[in-house]
Write a new protein. Structure first.
Length: 195
């Protein structure tokens, strides 16, 4: 069975709904979707199979924890599709990750990352704390698409990835500061990015 067909299977969409719902059951959009769950999932399945699926616009808001950050969230319906996609393609990428990559990976997470960090700190006198500034807004779509197509050979799945990437363009424009790198020309600023 092709990869894209697995993404579109009703059971996969049903499981994706449960993953997307986790921790968000009290939200109105989740309750609305769940009220007509079967209809919503069959509608999503039909749109995906006919390739008429179009993600909706992201909702942006500011979150203040240690610092003020602009967050962009996809509508719940689109998050179901995101989970269906990730659940299907994750095994293709999982084996390519280094052991000490912990974010958004099954069996990893914050607590295991802290445990591993503690192990490293016990064996070393120095530690470098760093963050990649504006990482997601600066991702070049052409490079990302090239990397995705190297791993995912299925055109339907790449079509869905493209739809999702297109929806994210321009989302964080007001937060992004262009960074220039060796080899960039004046047109680099016009490259599509995951903002």
């Amino acid at each position: 069975m092709q990869l894209y067909q697995r993404i579109c299977e009703y059971e996969n969409l049903y499981n994706a709904f449960h993953c997307a719902r986790r921790g968000k059951r009290k939200q109105e959009s989740v309750a609305r979707f769940e009220r007509d769950l079967e209809i919503e999932l069959f509608r999503l399945q039909d749109e995906l199979l006919s390739k008429t699926y179009r993600p909706s616009r992201y909702r942006s808001f500011y979150l203040t924890d240690s610092k003020r950050r602009l967050i962009s969230a996809a509508p719940f319906r689109d998050r179901v599709v995101h989970h269906a996609l990730v659940d299907t393609i994750e095994p293709l990428f999982e084996r390519r990750f280094i052991f000490d990559s912990y974010a958004n990976r099954k069996g990893k997470g914050t607590h295991r990352a802290l445990d591993r960090c503690t192990q490293f700190l016990r064996n070393s006198r120095y530690a470098l704390q760093c963050d990649i500034r504006q990482f997601f807004p600066s991702i070049d779509h052409a490079l990302l698409r090239s990397e995705l197509s190297r791993v995912i050979g299925d055109e339907g799945t790449l079509w869905l990835c493209d739809r999702i990437l297109e929806t994210g363009m321009g989302v964080l424009d007001e937060e992004y500061e262009m960074r220039w790198f060796a080899g960039d020309d004046l047109l680099a600023i016009n490259r599509p990015r995951s903002r």
